[in-house]
Design a protein around this ligand. Sequence first.
Ligand SMILES: [Zn+2]
Length: 161
Amino acid sequence: MIIDIRDINESESLVIRGSLNEDIWQLEDSDLLKPSGGLNYDAEASILGEDLLVRGDFSSKFTFQCTHCLELFEKTINLDNHSVLTAIEGNSTIDLTNALREDIILALPNFLKCDQGDEKNEPCPASGKFSEGLNAGNSGEESTNDAPSKQWEALDQFNID
Ligand SMILES: [Zn+2]
């Protein structure tokens, strides 16, 4: 993403909108995510003293693997109202690709479940099983049929600790 400083008036900012569709991410095959689209940007560039300030919204979609059920799913990483400040140092063009790549990579979550993706339809099947088990335990406790047995009390104690 190259900004031409000569396009920017000193008094007003330059609107830059578009997307970078080349693979800028340099991800390893062993990483649990893959790029799934370009880097979209909707920002304004302005000159601030000796620096170039680019401020706006940046987003990019990735395919993640759920850490619970290993399902693949897509999630968009958004950097809203994000700013990048770069020293101009007499250059007529400035490439912001590296700075933006680093900022988005830093914003990537580490342990994502499939129900945190862009399409939040189904809860993760792996975590669903887990919470169903907990609910069954709770409803058993609230049952009016039988007084809780000594075993249940012991289990409750165990859960609290
Ligand atoms: Zn999952």
